[in-house]
Ligand binder design. Structure first.
Ligand code: ACM
Length: 743
């Protein structure tokens, strides 16, 4: 007997569908849950019957590349071995050309009892049909089992042409294997643009034959951190991406973010004293290219080699965060500005960018830049990537320029994904999967005319705080799946998307795509009960997906373990192991929680509230991660029950202030120290009350555990923690807070 396919097994309720999708279902009595495909196809019409694809099934394809990719994908995701046969031969799966399919990336799939037919006019369409079909065949995790598909017809094409990710290989450098793995994972999501951030202050990562010092000097910082991609490696990556319908848009930053290049070739710089070495300060550095003709000749030489390596239509020229202090202070640059009749440095930047844009246009390429290139006048034909919110996109679109939406913080994937103590370093704003899915790339502030200029969206993986290749996947997925659906699909329903994530996580595991469990793993909140003898435990997940099962006997939770129905009491101490399950399978590895008096009174810095969120960062230091607002290092332990508390302990570490933040640095409010090494102050209900504890820091700056009695206090209060210190660099950060109960 054939096992009922999962799309029926999951239930027939129309209520589960996005309404627009439901409206498309022609025969409501045949209604099925949306197939677990991400991004959701545009039109799905169910039909009668089903087909089973088993080991050895034949695949005939008008495009051999697509057949090879599809067979490999099905083998890796499902454990089925399919067989390629010549295009004219009978086959269970047929990829064929159909000149009537208009959309460049569009395709149709006809699942019928006799065979599955994927049609498209282009190889790209066939490829995306293959991706969808491979997902239809992996809606259940059963490896090696035949895949049973319900008959249906799919017509699909993307909403936007630009569905992008940015990978910053300058701040931290990734291996070629990691870049290829990211491209592979993008293809699975029908993401089609990889903006490769190859040059920045902290490193130049692309071999330029005419200027070897760019990489022999500019690719290295500190004692030995660095690396670059040779031209042979880049050609290989570009080919690899093209075979997966990913276009790589190289980003060569100018006129700012240029320290590495200027260290390599000091004549390119604008300051009297050029930087002598590449540093790893993050933020906005002052170093700008000058406006000499020789510097343009250099940039044009670089772009010649870049254009020879990257055949795509777009070249990204950066243009962001170029503070103009060096240009203001340089007489030659000021003279040039005046001789060009330009009113100010913004106009000079506009002239600079327009000159480069003309060079690119002369070579048949299109220029794209960050929204700062709007300042001083929009360069002709430039496409604008809007990152400082969406204002840049609005301005560009209204002026008739194409635009890509990539606003911070909504599409900045260096932000952490939850407030838990297991999140890796990153920016400190919490950006969940659901937050990303809620982003609207066509906001109401754009009229119909302006909307036609929005060519897509892009999420950015900036890597200041992503030192390891392994962390790239964690920051990118599953949030990139939300970007894929925003970029490809026109209907969006969070609950439906969330439900489709369960098989997607299985695909990630099968393909070894690293991802963050943050949206799906179980979070635990525990409050004392019965004095401190017991705790009331509440369980939840960010996404709400699945059924939560837990154990208290040390065993791993299974579908048969107690199921969570609401807050429950446990006697302390207890070991809680917990995971969320869908169709009997755990969505993530279980989380383990040792619940006892001390653990309930402990907060990692990532679990504390910041007093403000001016520039919140989760910074790595040794094996720990410290959540801190570097413009306001101040933390709050919310709602501490001080009844029966004897004192407080806190971990303090000193971190280098390696952030170039210009005038903001002067706005960091330092509290004057009473003793030479400074103190940690603890305040009750606000940070400007008289401190209830003042703990001197030991001299020398080593990490330390501070402790202080808290006497005579009771009731529930917010505790505020701030350091007194003389200088910003280095600065003190809080590692953890432990309230200590009376014995
Ligand atoms: C940017 O984040 N500076 C584009």
């Amino acid at each position: 007997m054939t096992v009922a396919p999962p799309i029926f097994a999951k239930g027939l309720s129309l209520l589960k569908f996005p309404s627009a999708l439901a409206a498309l279902l022609l025969v409501p009595t045949l209604a099925m849950a949306a197939p677990s495909v991400i991004p959701l196809p545009a039109h799905i019409v169910p039909a009668q019957g089903r087909i089973e694809i088993a080991n050895g099934a034949a695949v005939a394809s008008a495009d051999p590349g697509t057949a090879g990719y599809f067979i490999d994908l099905v083998r890796r995701m499902r454990g089925l071995t399919l067989r390629s046969v010549p295009a004219a031969k009978p086959a269970a799966i047929v990829f064929k050309r159909d000149a009537a399919i208009v959309a460049e990336e569009g395709y149709a799939i006809d699942v019928a009892p006799e065979r599955v037919t994927v049609s498209a006019r282009t190889n790209t369409g066939l490829f995306y049909g293959a991706v969808t079909l491979a997902q239809l065949m992996t809606q259940t995790p059963c490896r090696g089992c035949p895949a049973a598909l319900d008959a249906m017809h799919i017509d699909d094409a993307p909403r936007f042409a630009w569905r992008g990710l940015l990978l910053d290989s300058a701040r931290h450098f990734q291996s070629v294997a990691t870049v290829k793995a990211l491209i592979d994972a993008m293809a699975l999501h029908k993401l089609n643009v990889l903006q490769w951030h190859l040059t920045d202050d902290q490193g130049w990562r692309i071999e330029i034959r005419k200027y070897p010092r760019l990489t022999s000097v500019g690719a290295w910082r500190g004692a030995h951190y660095g690396g670059f991609y040779t031209q042979a490696q880049i050609r290989d990556v570009v080919r690899y991406a093209a075979a997966r319908n990913v276009t790589i848009v190289p980003e060569i930053e100018m006129p700012g973010h240029a320290m590495a290049a200027i260290v390599a070739y000091p004549k390119l710089g604008s300051a009297e004293a050029p930087p002598s070495r590449v540093t790893s300060d993050w933020g906005v550095l002052p170093y700008l290219y000058n406006t000499d003709d020789a510097t343009f000749a250099f940039l044009e030489d670089v772009l010649d080699e870049v254009m020879a390596l990257f055949p795509g239509p777009y070249i990204h020229v950066g243009g962001d965060e170029a503070v103009k202090d060096e240009w203001k202070a340089n007489p030659a640059i000021q003279a040039r500005m005046k001789s060009l009749g330009l009113s100010d440095e913004n106009a000079l930047q506009s002239w600079f960018i327009a000159r480069i844009g003309a060079y690119l246009a002369h070579h048949g390429r299109k220029m794209i830049g960050w929204d700062e290139i709007l300042e001083g006048g929009i360069p002709p034909d430039a496409t604008i990537m809007s990152w400082r919110g969406i204002d840049g996109a609005v301005t560009a679109a209204k002026a008739g320029h194409d635009t890509v939406l990539s606003p911070a913080p909504m599409l900045y994937f260096d932000n952490r994904q939850g407030p838990g103590a297991d999140e890796p370093p990153g920016r400190g704003h919490v950006l969940t999967l659901q937050d990303v899915y809620a982003f609207d790339p066509l906001p109401a502030s754009l009229d119909a005319q302006a909307r036609s200029h929005v060519i897509g969206l892009q999420a950015n993986i900036w890597t200041e705080h992503i030192p390891s290749d392994a962390q790239v996947g964690h920051m990118a997925f599953p949030r990139a799946a939300a970007v894929a659906e925003l970029g490809w699909s026109s209907t969006h329903d969070w609950n439906d998307f969330r439900d489709r994530m369960a098989p997607e996580l299985d695909r990630y595991r099968a393909l070894k795509i690293g991802f963050a469990p943050s949206a799906f793993e179980v979070n635990v909140a525990a409050a004392f009960e019965d004095g401190r003898a017991a705790a009331l435990v509440s369980l939840s997940t960010q996404s709400g997906l699945g059924e939560i099962h837990f154990t208290l006997d040390g065993s791993a939770p299974k579908p048969g373990s107690p199921s969570y129905g609401g807050p429950f009491a446990v006697k302390l101490p207890a070991t809680l192991k917990v995971a969320a399950f869908v169709d009997g399978r755990a969505l993530t590895a279980p989380t383990v929680h040792e619940l006892d008096t001390l653990s309930l009174l402990h907060r990692d810095s990532r679990e504390l509230k910041l007093c403000s969120e001016r520039l919140p960062l989760a910074l790595a230091g040794g094996h720990d991660v410290f959540l801190v607002d570097i413009l306001d290092p101040c933390w709050i332990y919310e709602k501490a029950d001080l009844g029966g508390i004897a004192g407080v302990e806190a971990g303090a570490v000193q971190l280098p202030f390696n952030f170039s933040i210009g005038a903001d640095r002067d706005k960091i409010a330092l509290r004057p120290p009473r003793t030479k090494a400074g103190e940690l102050e603890v305040h009750l209900d606000g940070c400007d009350t008289a401190p209830v504890a003042v703990v001197p820091l030991a001299p020398g700056g080593a990490p330390q555990k501070l402790s202080a009695p808290l006497t005579g206090l009771s009731g529930v209060h917010d505790l505020c923690f701030v350091f007194t210190q003389k200088s910003v660099d280095p600065f003190w950060a809080l590692n953890f807070v432990q309230l200590v109960p009376r014995p």
